[in-house]
Design a protein around this ligand. Structure first.
Ligand SMILES: NC(=O)c1ccc[n+]([C@@H]2O[C@H](COP(=O)([O-])OP(=O)(O)OC[C@H]3O[C@@H](n4cnc5c(N)ncnc54)[C@H](OP(=O)(O)O)[C@@H]3O)[C@@H](O)[C@H]2O)c1
Length: 534
């Protein structure tokens, strides 16, 4: 990424001063943090136009109003109570022709916009390929077409993913060859029906694990080809998780990726997870991602690099953490500060490298308890739900498997280059390097954030054991006892000697039980007789 940055270049805040931004995905996890940070740190920024669709009967204005009441905007609201005035919702839908934007809005955008940040996407790993193509590829095409009408356009920044090349181990900040010409895939989607498409999807994906990474890779190609007359930049974050520092530690609003699994570990449901414990967990805090978007745009516009900058936003090559460390920290936190609704106590260890062992523990500690609970619920006249919940959990776990069983090496030369060009003050204000991040503290803050902001539970008081929790704890003990007996019985059945020991223990147990019953009977009947005499 050869580039020149002259002396006397504007600071970040100076650069953004008066610039109008067009943002897609502004209602999403990264989008909200982006809006908050830009408005808080670049006070003279122009307006932020956000493409937003009406949803669940709510107009775009109502949706925006509701979003601005969220905790994420508290710090900004304190600094600038009128911050909403800088936000201009633009009604649209990435799936519609011309993005569903009205002619009037399109004209307004064409006269105003300096910077485009395209963040909207479907991040569902197992999305049917037709939807993934429409959202992650065709929407990029529509965005390019629209952006070509922007008279003052200085940059189109596309948010991709570090996993767009996850079929490779060593990944550089370059565009890798496409597995198929993007237009060929688009053509396939237009001629084949859903059933045929789903049949050929595994073949199309090749070594890619899902339609998300596949279409995000092809979107980069589509962008480079069809947007080649535009000033472009691509940022590739890895697994984006809660905020590290800003606007405050631990902010998160979703169950995506590992976050949902944290809750499943915390509520005691997830007890066996097929993962490579020593593999690097390439997680990256959302505030680092947002700072990288802001600084990459600044860098690209002021330095005009010859090639389109592709900037990795990853942690593993700089400050790695393993899945073992992540899981231990999360389990430890939720054991000390339990969630209010738990199925069982969080397990002490859940990672299984060996698939067979994991499958065994899934039967023992997921399926059996789930079926037993549902039988119990049926017997007590309640609606069973546990098997259903486990089916959903296993589906979520399956989509994560590919990413927790391997490690990748991403190079970070371009992100270092951008960071090095920042002034000392901007380096501090737009921290984009996870080098000094203390993982145990960060992962715990993420676990706290899940409890506080996603589950809406207090984090400074231990939940008082409710009737429900006592029931769940007792259920846990019962399940554990039954499983120990069942495993013991199976093992014992394998050997003659152990079988005789079992018979002996069982008959002793029976004898003791009979004696106790007799005693209890004698005592009670004695009491009854005594009571009858008085
Ligand atoms: N999260 C991660 O771990 C991660 C990692 C690497 C890269 N990325 C990339 O980062 C970007 C943002 O991810 P995120 O985590 O912020 O995702 P997110 O929370 O799921 O947000 C997705 C955004 O896209 C919008 N969107 C979806 N369909 C739309 C449609 N038909 N029309 C208009 N808007 C639509 C959503 O709007 P609604 O509110 O209307 O649904 C939402 O604002 C994506 O490009 C993703 O590929 C994310």
């Amino acid at each position: 990424m050869a580039a020149k940055v002259e002396c006397g270049v504007p600071t970040i805040a100076e650069f953004y001063s008066g610039k109008n931004i067009f943002l897609t995905g502004g209602t999403g996890f990264i989008g909200k943090v982006f809006i908050e940070k830009v408005l808080r740190s670049c006070t003279d920024v122009g307006d932020i136009y956000i493409l937003i669709r009406p949803r669940r009967g709510k107009s775009v204005r109502d949706r925006m109003r509701k979003i601005f009441t969220e905790k994420i905007f508290d710090r900004l609201r304190k600094k600038n109570p009128d911050f909403e005035l800088k936000i201009k919702p633009v009604e649209g839908d990435m799936m519609k022709p011309n993005l569903g934007i009205s002619q009037t809005d399109a004209e307004q955008l064409s006269n105003k916009i300096h910077l485009v940040f395209h963040s909207a996407a479907t991040i569902k790993f197992d999305e049917p390929i037709r939807v993934a193509v429409e959202m992650n590829m065709l929407a990029v095409r529509k965005m390019i077409k629209l952006s070509k009408t922007f008279k003052k356009l200085e940059l189109f920044l596309h948010v991709s993913t570090a996993y767009s090349n996850c079929d490779r181990h060593h990944i550089e900040e370059i565009l890798y060859p496409a597995p198929i010409e993007p237009q060929q895939l688009i053509n396939l989607c237009s001629v084949l029906d859903d059933e045929s498409l789903s049949k050929i999807t595994p073949k199309l994906l090749g070594d890619k694990p899902n339609t998300y990474t596949y279409t995000k890779h092809l979107a980069e190609h589509l962008l480079m080809k069809e947007g080649k007359e535009l000033p472009l930049a691509i940022v590739r974050p890895s697994i984006v998780t809660s905020s590290w520092k800003e606007p405050f530690p631990g902010w998160i609003d979703n169950y995506n990726g590992p976050s949902g699994l944290y809750i499943a570990m915390g509520n005691g449901m997830l007890r066996a997870f097929h993962a490579e414990p020593g593999a690097t967990a390439d997680i990256i805090p959302v505030d680092i991602v947002v700072n990288t978007l802001i600084t990459t745009a600044w860098y690209t516009v002021i330095s005009k690099p010859e090639e389109v900058p592709i900037v990795h936003c990853t942690s593993g090559g700089i400050n790695p953490i393993t899945w073992r460390e992540v899981a231990d920290t999360v389990l430890c936190y939720y054991r000390n500060m339990p969630l209010q609704q738990t199925f069982r106590q969080p397990a002490s260890d859940i990672l299984c490298k060996n698939k067979m062992l994991r499958d065994f523990w899934v039967i023992m500690s997921h399926h059996i308890p789930a079926y037993m609970t549902d039988v119990g619920l049926r017997l007590t006249g309640s609606k069973p739900y546990m098997v259903n919940r486990y089916t959903k959990l296993h589906k979520a776990v399956d989509t994560m498997n590919f990413f927790v069983l391997r490690s990748w090496v991403w190079t970070n030369a371009n992100s270092k280059l951008v960071n090095n060009k920042l002034t000392t003050e901007d380096k501090e204000a737009y921290h984009m390097c996870p080098g000094s991040l203390s993982w145990p503290e960060y992962v715990e803050d993420h676990a706290v954030g899940m409890k506080k902001y996603v589950m809406n539970e207090p984090v400074d008081v231990l939940p008082s054991p409710s009737g429900y929790q006592t029931k769940m704890r007792n259920l846990g003990y019962t399940i554990n006892t039954i499983m120990v007996i069942a495993i013991g019985r199976i093992l014992v059945a394998q050997s003659e000697m152990a079988s005789s020991v079992w018979q002996c223990v069982a008959s002793c147990g029976r004898g003791i039980a009979e004696t106790i019953c007799e005693g209890v009977y004698n005592i009670t009947s004695g009491r009854l007789q005594a009571a009858a005499h008085t």
